[in-house]
Design a protein around this ligand. Structure first.
Ligand code: C5P
Length: 314
């Protein structure tokens, strides 16, 4: 029996701008993505039967064909016909720590770990670029989750340009367990409210990309300037998610009042993070947040920036 244990990192968006609507129905984005040390553990184990099995005891995560981790394995089986008959099936165990439906790419990171794990289990010899191309078929965030670190993501989120890592930055993450945001809802609502501000053609998208690439946020990352980075945090989704989720809006306001370098919602939400310069500051902010909002529905975590997406072992 062969077994691989992998860590699948969550991501936050330090910058998320919705630029336009693409002919393929997706939105054109400009993002700065960052992997953080809040991870799920994915175990990939060979099975004696030709089957894909998913095990996860989190009540909100389906252990069936609808799970993106299952879909990742099914995609590999489809692309490498005969591999399962030759080498056996796979059991995927998901040990969930990343909050579900939070804008932290938990499902995408699990799918990324399955691709990396199956490449090893079935000796496929795929390059990281090939794993990312497969990942893009599963979801826009999956390619980033494979490589992780710090990157500019454009297109629908799958076009990646690595940025220098920002070591030593910590964060507090918070989410009300009962609050969820559907990503398609967030895009549709944003389009209904702000579609008239979209840039219309690929030339304008590229011009905007160039501005952002030479702008303050990317400059702050390139110079590893945490204070400048915190000043230029930006997420277009806040404009529609916070008004629709007053509890999350109040959470963000409380987190911002408590201090730290800067506070932002991640992805389509509703998780919110505050950046901190040290682990001690992050722990202190997390304790202050728990004291300010003593609600059992509120999940609070501390984490730090990391330079990888999927990591073997751990
Ligand atoms: O690619 P992913 O599975 O994460 O996308 C989920 C949904 O979010 C898509 O079906 C689409 O409605 C929306 N989306 C989008 N533009 C993107 C990424 C996602 O409109 N760049």
């Amino acid at each position: 029996m062969r077994l691989y244990s992998l860590l699948a990192a969550a991501k936050i968006n330090l910058y998320l701008e919705i630029v336009g609507h693409r002919p393929d129905g997706f939105h054109e984005l400009i993002m700065v993505m960052q992997s953080v040390s809040l991870c799920d553990r994915i175990t990939i184990r060979s099975l004696g039967v030709d089957e894909i099995r998913v095990r996860c005891d989190h009540p909100l995560v389906p252990a069936d064909k609808t799970n993106l981790a299952y879909k990742a394995a099914a995609l590999v089986v489809e692309r490498f016909p005969g591999v399962m008959a030759k080498l056996g099936g796979v059991e995927i165990t998901i040990d969930k720590h990343i909050p579900v439906g939070a804008g932290l790419a938990g499902g995408s990171s699990n799918a990324a770990a399955v691709l990396v794990g199956l490449d090893l289990l079935w000796n496929l010899g795929l390059t990281q670029a090939e794993l990312q191309t497969l990942g893009a078929e599963l979801g826009s965030d999956v390619p980033f989750c494979v490589s992780g670190g710090t990157a500019i993501a454009t297109g629908r989120g799958e076009q990646l340009d690595p940025l220098p890592g920002i070591d030593g930055l910590h964060l507090v993450l918070a989410k009300y367990e009962s609050e969820f945001v559907s990503t398609p809802w967030a895009y549709n609502t944003y389009r209904a409210e702000y579609g008239d501000t979209y840039l219309a053609d690929t030339q304008s998208w590229q011009a905007r990309q160039s501005q952002v690439r030479s702008g303050e946020m990317v400059g702050a990352v390139a110079h590893r300037n945490a204070h400048a980075l915190a000043q230029h945090l930006c997420n277009d989704f806040e404009k529609i998610v916070l008004p629709a989720h007053p509890k999350t809006a109040a959470l963000k306001a409380t987190m911002a009042e408590l201090g730290g370098l800067g506070t932002l919602m991640s992805g389509s939400g509703p998780s919110v993070f505050t950046l901190a310069e040290s682990e001690a500051e992050a722990e202190s902010l997390a304790a202050s947040l728990r004291a300010a909002l003593p609600d059992p529905d509120l999940g609070v975590w501390t984490a730090q920036f990391i330079s990888s997406g999927v990591q073997l072992g751990g």
